[in-house]
Design a protein around this ligand. Structure first.
Ligand code: API
Length: 279
């Protein structure tokens, strides 16, 4: 049977997007592998699945699968692609969309041909909500062989993030230290590891070694987490532009525990295609 998909990207974080209702899509491990593998399949960091709303308070449900097939609770760059897909395919003409993932409800608003502003909800830093098996702190430390005591901030945006402040992201040991933190027992569901270089009170550079995908060219929830940790550590003011390798993201957070983080950035459709698939 044929499976139609749309290849999209947001700041270089790339996606295969599927309208589950139209395609009667059921995510099996083998099919996810076919969609994510960059050699033997289509290739992407995440597969985004658009489903009919499961409750009347939202417009759609939103499922996210990493390149390794793991299903997760949030994808910030993906949410912008989601909004563009819905508009381009006539799934809704509402200017604002409420969308539910397995861990969050977010609100998407297109603000230009290929720019979307997302209410990503409030950050969660209670360790049990991240999850992180350490006593709650503003600054955490874990001893990592070959790196010694590693200091980081930790927050959930519906998925777990650790943020390490570095002097130079280009020289940061992104993969080795990212993998080591992901393997730490303190992160029982692994973690997305951000490396943040502060450029000023309203600017920084960010690289993220993502759970289930490795280093991506940008990570939307990682940018939200870095903006929150940067503000909690007194490094940033209310709004910050974070430069990822694939593009820039704009983050705004008023700083209150219940205040949403707003993320604004690009989204683009790259191509549409279909694969032949045996159920
Ligand atoms: N790797 C993440 C999911 C994708 C997040 C990222 N692509 C974004 O834009 O937020 C996780 O396992 O929680």
């Amino acid at each position: 049977m044929k499976l139609r998909f749309t290849k999209m990207q947001g700041a270089g974080n790339d996606f295969v997007v599927i309208d589950a209702t139209r395609e009667r899509f059921a995510p099996t491990p083998a099919l996810l592998q076919r969609l994510t593998d960059r050699r033997f399949g289509v290739g992407c960091d995440q597969v985004l699945v658009i489903e009919a709303a499961s409750t009347p308070d939202v417009d759609f449900d939103y499922r996210i699968f990493n390149a390794d097939g793991s299903e997760v609770g949030q994808c910030g760059n993906g949410s912008r692609a989601f909004a563009l897909y819905v508009a381009e395919n006539g799934l809704s003409d509402k200017p604002r969309l409420r969308v539910r993932t397995s861990t969050s409800v977010i609100e998407l608003q297109r603000i230009g041909d290929n720019r979307v502003r997302v209410d990503m909800g409030a950050p969660r830093w209670v360790p049990e909500q991240i999850p992180l098996k350490l006593a709650q702190a503003e600054r955490y430390r874990i001893d990592i062989p070959a790196f010694g005591s590693v200091e980081f901030g930790a927050v959930s945006m519906g998925n777990p993030h650790a943020v390490i402040v570095v002097d130079d992201v280009d020289g940061a040991p992104v993969e080795v230290l990212g993998r080591a933190l992901q393997a730490s027992p303190e992160f029982p569901q692994s973690v997305n590891v951000g490396f943040l270089q502060v450029l000023g009170r309203d600017a920084g550079r960010l690289r993220v070694y993502e759970r289930g995908a490795g280093e991506t060219l940008a990570c939307g929830t990682g940018a939200c987490a870095a903006a929150v940790v940067g503000r909690l550590w007194g490094l940033f003011d209310g709004a910050v532009t974070l430069k990822a390798r694939g593009g820039d993201l704009r983050l705004e957070w008023a700083g209150g525990a219940d205040d949403s983080v707003f993320m604004t950035g690009p989204a683009e459709t790259v191509f549409t295609g279909e694969i032949e698939w045996q159920k």
